[in-house]
Design a binder for this molecule. Structure first.
Ligand SMILES: *[C@@H]1O[C@H](CO)[C@@H](O)[C@H](O)[C@H]1NC(C)=O
Ligand SMILES: *[C@@H]1O[C@H](CO)[C@@H](O)[C@H](O)[C@H]1NC(C)=O
Ligand SMILES: *[C@@H]1O[C@H](CO)[C@@H](O)[C@H](O)[C@H]1NC(C)=O
Ligand SMILES: *[C@@H]1O[C@H](CO)[C@@H](O)[C@H](O)[C@H]1NC(C)=O
Ligand SMILES: *[C@@H]1O[C@H](CO)[C@@H](O)[C@H](O)[C@H]1NC(C)=O
Length: 274
């Protein structure tokens, strides 16, 4: 049995702590993720300079360590922030291969197409901001598998369908915004009326979706519109019938006037001259 003196143990520990970390080779997942992303994006503003295949091989090391919008930690990309870059195109499923990603911000671009359900592979993701794009399709319920999500901001898009009630399972969620989309159906109580100390999301998170209803949206909203419509129709038809009857009366008056004039003429013809 080997016994170590305390001082030797200390030395050994110190040695372990101060030894240089092995320079991690480029991660094949990050490389695939960036390659697919650059293939599916169009960059008319040329903001993604240095986003070239040669630099994707080792995005966090060496010369190519500066790729605009990316931030590295421990040799892996942990933040991707391309907000307001004027980008077009779609979000590729392989974005999920950036498995160390904690923050994904593609907001304020002109991205189209769906939010890939594959993003469920981003198990470390805390911030998802895809707001102010032209994303369509449904909100994938699979996002509920990204257990660390703090922020889901999808406002100002063309998303449709219901809000997945599974998103209410995200206990760390502190910001949720799906306003100004084309979502429909009942707002899940798992988000609007959460139990315990979980933050509840108010109407500002949900407004601007014509087909969405239920608490916390004001119940009178759609009814108020139809009441206005009824009043409008009533006023409109009232005015129309008024105009019609006025015209009718005018025509009748004219006709009788003419008739009377003619009759007068006849009478004057019949009348003997004095
Ligand atoms: C990319 O992700 C997919 C799905 O999780 C996985 O099957 C594949 O092995 C990954 N590829 C790399 C290079 O990491
Ligand atoms: C772009 O990458 C090249 C190496 O490929 C590097 O020399 C240059 O400094 C990079 N540009 C910026 C702005 O980081
Ligand atoms: C998402 O990004 C937009 C800017 O593009 C910003 O205004 C908004 O505050 C962000 N959302 C959150 C929850 O931080
Ligand atoms: C919120 O949930 C509680 C039960 O958990 C229920 O009694 C209450 O009616 C709900 N409020 C709304 C506005 O749905
Ligand atoms: C709704 O929630 C947001 C934060 O999520 C807050 O800034 C805003 O003041 C709230 N509005 C109301 C009417 O409570």
């Amino acid at each position: 049995m080997i016994t170590l003196r305390p001082s030797a143990l200390l030395l050994l520990l110190l040695g372990l702590l101060t030894a240089p970390l092995p320079r991690s080779a480029a991660d094949p997942g990050d490389e695939l993720c960036l390659t697919r992303l650059s293939e599916s994006l169009q960059d008319p503003g040329r903001r993604l300079f240095n986003w070239s295949k040669a630099n994707f091989a080792d995005p966090c090391g060496g010369f190519a360590s500066y790729l605009p919008g990316t931030t590295c930690n421990n040799g892996r990309i942990y933040k991707l922030s391309l907000s307001g870059f004027g980008l077009r195109g779609t979000i590729p499923a392989n974005l999920a291969n950036c498995t160390s990603l904690q923050a994904l911000d593609l907001s304020a671009n002109a991205l189209t197409g769906p939010i890939p359900p594959d993003l469920q592979g981003l198990v470390n993701l805390a911030v998802l901001n895809l707001s102010s794009n032209r994303l369509s399709g449904q909100i994938p319920a699979q996002l509920a598998l990204c257990a660390y999500l703090n922020v889901i901001d999808l406002h100002n898009n063309l998303l449709s369908g219901p809000i997945p009630q599974q998103l209410g399972l995200l206990v760390r969620l502190s910001a949720f915004d799906v306003s100004n989309n084309r979502l429909e159906g009942q707002i899940p109580g798992s988000l609007s009326n959460r139990t315990g100390n979980l933050p509840r999301f108010n109407a500002s998170s949900f407004e601007g979706n014509k087909g969405l209803f239920g608490y916390p949206l004001a119940p009178m909203k759609s009814k108020g519109l139809s009441v206005l419509a009824i009043v409008g129709i009533g006023l409109g038809s009232g005015l129309a019938s008024l105009v019609l009857s006025f015209t009718g009366v005018c025509i009748w008056l004219r006709a009788t006037e003419r008739k009377m004039a003619m009759e007068e003429g006849k009478i004057s013809q019949l009348m003997p001259d004095y």
